[in-house]
Design a protein around this ligand. Structure first.
Ligand SMILES: NC(=O)c1ccc[n+]([C@@H]2O[C@H](COP(=O)([O-])OP(=O)(O)OC[C@H]3O[C@@H](n4cnc5c(N)ncnc54)[C@H](O)[C@@H]3O)[C@@H](O)[C@H]2O)c1
Length: 317
């Protein structure tokens, strides 16, 4: 798809981050956008940003939907049909959260919610909207996985099981769709997006979606559990964590989420531009960021070492 003008795009997780930037960049090109999110205030802000920049006549709609709940997704689809008509050209299954890091110690509820958003969000999105893409003249599905879709960790002492399992599933499903679409709907393309570290609010939003207390407001008992988790992952810094006050623990966690957003090697707007360029080129695998390219090469070159401690300190040339 070379041109997005006049097309209809569905974007899940349009409230902040890459989803917001996709909505902005698409609508600037006069592409009609239907976005969904659970965090409605953020989505309203995205809509205002889009409306300020889009050519007149571009329709931007917002829809409250939890992508991990199929009936929500079906309602979103019905609302899109009411506002934009029966045809959709672009589907960005972008919504995601992190959580449920440890299969062994984290709450099963968090594990299943993270897996539900990151995998079932993509699956239900495809179930609901792919028929509308197939009915259009030209369609493209864009499923957001991650570098954790080919490398299932955040480092040797940081478990990341629910997210990685879901992102591997997204990658496998998207790759398998290539042949399926070739046979059954050759006018519909598919891409899997694998970003490295992109500066977004994902670390701040995930707790809200999981229904957690904001980190700065944690109770004494919750801080104790957080401290224990930090100590298990900290290696040589355990001593320093023991000596931190509860307030310092909370602030350190909050600052880490803010640093993730503000000190990333790539901004969400740049990442979204890379994604849209990948769609224009009909590229099925869209790696986003030098870190993602570097990691992809490194894992392929030496898969047996991928989960060994030394592997983490890779240099990207
Ligand atoms: N930021 C990164 O470094 C990075 C790296 C690799 C992959 N990703 C993936 O990129 C995608 C976009 O994330 P982002 O980094 O822009 O984060 P983000 O938090 O800024 O954006 C994700 C959006 O999804 C929404 N969302 C979360 N759960 C939802 C649900 N159940 N239903 C509907 N909306 C929901 C959030 O409210 C938010 O608006 C995610 O799939 C994420 O896993 C991000």
């Amino acid at each position: 798809m070379k041109d997005f003008k006049g097309k209809v795009a569905v974007v899940t997780g349009g409230g902040t981050g890459m989803g917001r930037e996709l909505c902005r960049q698409l609508s600037r090109e006069a592409c009609h956008v239907a976005m969904c999110d659970m965090l409605v205030e953020n989505m309203a802000e995205t809509k205002s940003l889009c409306e300020a920049e889009a050519p007149s006549g571009t329709t931007i709609t917002t829809h409250k939907c939890d992508v991990s709940v199929e009936r929500d997704m079906q309602r979103f689809r019905d609302e899109v049909e009411d506002s934009h008509g029966p045809l959709v050209n672009l589907l960005f299954n972008n919504a995601g959260i992190s959580g449920g890091g440890s299969f062994l110690t984290d709450e099963r509820e968090d594990w299943e919610k993270t897996f539900g958003v990151c995998w079932y969000g993509v699956y239900y999105g495809c179930r609901a909207f792919v028929p509308m893409l197939v009915a259009s003249e030209e369609g493209h599905i864009v499923n957001t996985s991650s570098v954790n879709g080919f490398w299932a960790t955040l480092g040797p002492t940081v478990p990341h099981t629910a997210y990685s399992a879901a992102k591997f599933a997204v990658k496998g499903f998207s790759e398998a769709l290539i042949g399926d679409l070739r046979v059954h709907a050759p006018h519909v393309g598919v891409s899997v997006v694998m970003p490295g570290h992109i500066g977004t609010s994902i670390a701040l939003n995930s707790g809200t979606v999981l229904g957690k207390t904001p980190v700065l407001e944690l109770s004494e008992q919750e801080v104790r559990a957080l401290r224990e988790r930090m100590m298990r992952s900290s290696g040589p810094e355990t001593e320093a964590i023991i000596n931190m006050s509860d307030e310092q623990i909370k602030q350190a966690m909050h600052d880490q989420a803010v640093r993730f957003r503000d000190n990333a090697p790539m901004a969400a707007s740049e990442a979204s531009a890379v994604i849209l360029e990948g769609v224009r080129r009909n590229s099925w695998r869209i790696l986003v960021g030098e870190d993602a390219h570097g990691l992809d090469e490194k894992v392929r070159a030496n898969p047996e070492m991928a989960y060994e401690p030394g592997f983490w300190s890779f240099d990207i040339e």
